[in-house]
Design a binder for this molecule. Structure first.
Ligand SMILES: [Cu+2]
Length: 410
C-alpha cells in the first residue's frame, strides 16, 4: 500500500467515525425534541450522574487527542516526503513538559498543604494525642523534604540532560559510595521514625495504673450497624458478658449472675468527665469493626470473642472545643472506621466531654440494664437491689485488672 493511499484510507475511516457520531447525536437530538413535545421534560441535570456520560466524555477526549496526533503525523510525513528537516523537536517538547510538570506539581503540593492542610483535624483533645500529632508532623516534614528534593532531581535532570546532538552520554554504571549513601541514609531515618512510633505506642498502651486514680471503665459493643455503650454503675466495674446469654431482652448477653453487672447502666451517648482517665473496653457481636475517635486520636479494632482496651484522658470539654473551632455546633464523635457492611456509614455516636459536676448529674439519670424482666430471667429477687459486699468488689477488681493486663500483653 502506498503512503498516500494509507493516509487517505485512515482519513476516510476517521471521517466515517466522526460522521456516524454526529449523525447519532442528531438522532438523539431529534428524539429528545420529539419526546419533549409529547412527554414531560427530561431533566438534563441527571445526565451528569450517569457513568455512561463520563465514559463517552473520556472516549471523545481520546478521539480528539488521536485526531490531533494523526494531523501532526501527517504534517511530519509530508515534510519528510518533501525532503525538509523534521518540523517538531520532540525531545525539546518532552523536556519542557517535564519542567512544566515539575513547576505545576510543586505548586500543587504547596496548594494542597495550604488549602487542604487546614482541613485536617483540630489539635488533639487528649493527653496522648499530642504525642501522636508530633509524630505525624515529624513524619510529614521529613517525607515532604525528601519528596521535593527527589522530584526536583527527577524532573530537573530530565530537562537539563535532554538529548542534544552536541553531547555524548557518559556511561556510568556503578558507584559504591552513592549506593552506600542512598541505602544508609534512608535506613537511618526510617529506623528513627519506626523506633519513635514504637516508643510512642508503648507509652500510650502500657501504663501502670494508679490505684487512687482509677480510670472510668466504659464498655462499647459494636454490631452491624450500631454501637451499645455500657457504664459500670456505682462499683466502677463493667460486669461480665457471655454471648450464650444473648436474648431479645438481653441483647448484649450481660451476665447478671455477676454482681458487678447488676448496676451497669446503658447510655445513648458517650459522656466523659474532662481530665479523668477513661478505659475503653471494646467488644464486637458479629464482625470486626474499628472504634475511632478522631479528635482524641483513639483508634482500635473491636473483635468478636475478645476484649480490646484503650486508655486515654480527654483534655478539652466540648464547650471549649466549640470556642476553639469557632463552631457552636461542634461535637466530638466516635465512629466505625472499617467498612463493615451496607449500613456502615450509620455507625456513629456523639461524645460529650463535660465537667465532673455535669457528668455526675448526667450519669445519675441513666437507666440500669437490669429490669424486672431480666431479674426473673436470672432468678434474681425483684427489687430492692442486692447489697454488695466490699470484699466481693475488691476481689473482682483485682481479677479485672489481671484480665486487662493479659489482654494488653497479647
Ligand atoms: Cu463499619
Amino acid at each position: 500500500m502506498s503512503l498516500r493511499k494509507f493516509i487517505t484510507n485512515k482519513t476516510t475511516a476517521a471521517l466515517a467515525v466522526l460522521i456516524t457520531a454526529f449523525a447519532n447525536t442528531s438522532v438523539f437530538a431529534q428524539d429528545a425534541a420529539a419526546g419533549a413535545a409529547a412527554a414531560p421534560k427530561v431533566d438534563m441535570g441527571e445526565v451528569y450522574k450517569s457513568v455512561i456520560f463520563y465514559i463517552l466524555v473520556f472516549l471523545a477526549v481520546c478521539l480528539f487527542i488521536a485526531i490531533i496526533g494523526k494531523a501532526i503525523k501527517v504534517y511530519e510525513l509530508s515534510r519528510e516526503a518533501q525532503g525538509k528537516p523534521v518540523g517538531i523537536n520532540w525531545n525539546g517538547v518532552h523536556a519542557s513538559l517535564f519542567a512544566l510538570f515539575l513547576v505545576i506539581g510543586l505548586y500543587g503540593v504547596y496548594w494542597e498543604y495550604t488549602v487542604h492542610g487546614s482541613m485536617l483535624l483540630p489539635a488533639a483533645a487528649s493527653e496522648h494525642g499530642k504525642k501522636i500529632d508530633e509524630m505525624f508532623n515529624l513524619t510529614l516534614i521529613i517525607t515532604t523534604i525528601v519528596f521535593v528534593a527527589t522530584h526536583i532531581l527527577l524532573f530537573g535532570f530530565s530537562y537539563i540532560y535532554k538529548y542534544s546532538a552536541k553531547r555524548k552520554a557518559y556511561y556510568y554504571p556503578h558507584n559504591n559510595t552513592i549506593e552506600k549513601i542512598w541505602t544508609i541514609v534512608p535506613a537511618l531515618v526510617l529506623t528513627v521514625l519506626v523506633l519513635m512510633g514504637f516508643l510512642t505506642w508503648r507509652s500510650i498502651f502500657f501504663k501502670v495504673e494508679d490505684p487512687n486514680h482509677k480510670p472510668l471503665q466504659i464498655e462499647v459493643t459494636s454490631e452491624q450497624f450500631k454501637w451499645s455503650i455500657r457504664y459500670p454503675g456505682a462499683d466502677g466495674i463493667v460486669g461480665n458478658k457471655n454471648y450464650k446469654l444473648t436474648t431479645s431482652s438481653n441483647t448484649l448477653g450481660i451476665d447478671f449472675k455477676d454482681i458487678n453487672s447488676r448496676d451497669d447502666e446503658m447510655a445513648d451517648e458517650m459522656v466523659l468527665p474532662v481530665g479523668k482517665p477513661v478505659k475503653l473496653i471494646l467488644t464486637s457481636k458479629d464482625v470486626i469493626h474499628s472504634f475511632y475517635m478522631p479528635h482524641f486520636r483513639v483508634q482500635l479494632n473491636t473483635v468478636p470473642g475478645m476484649r480490646t482496651i484503650f486508655e486515654f484522658t480527654p483534655t478539652k470539654t466540648t464547650a471549649e472545643m466549640q470556642q476553639e473551632t469557632n463552631d457552636p455546633n461542634f461535637n466530638y464523635l466516635f465512629l466505625c472506621a472499617k467498612i463493615c457492611g451496607a449500613g456502615h456509614y450509620n455507625m456513629q455516636k456523639v461524645v460529650r466531654v463535660v465537667s465532673e459536676a455535669e457528668y455526675k448529674t448526667w450519669i445519675a439519670e441513666q437507666k440500669t440494664y437490669l429490669n424486672d424482666d431480666l431479674r426473673k430471667q436470672f432468678n434474681l429477687p425483684v427489687a430492692p437491689a442486692p447489697v454488695k459486699s466490699v470484699a466481693d468488689s475488691a476481689a473482682k477488681d483485682s481479677a479485672a485488672v489481671k484480665t486487662n493486663q493479659m489482654a494488653l500483653n497479647k
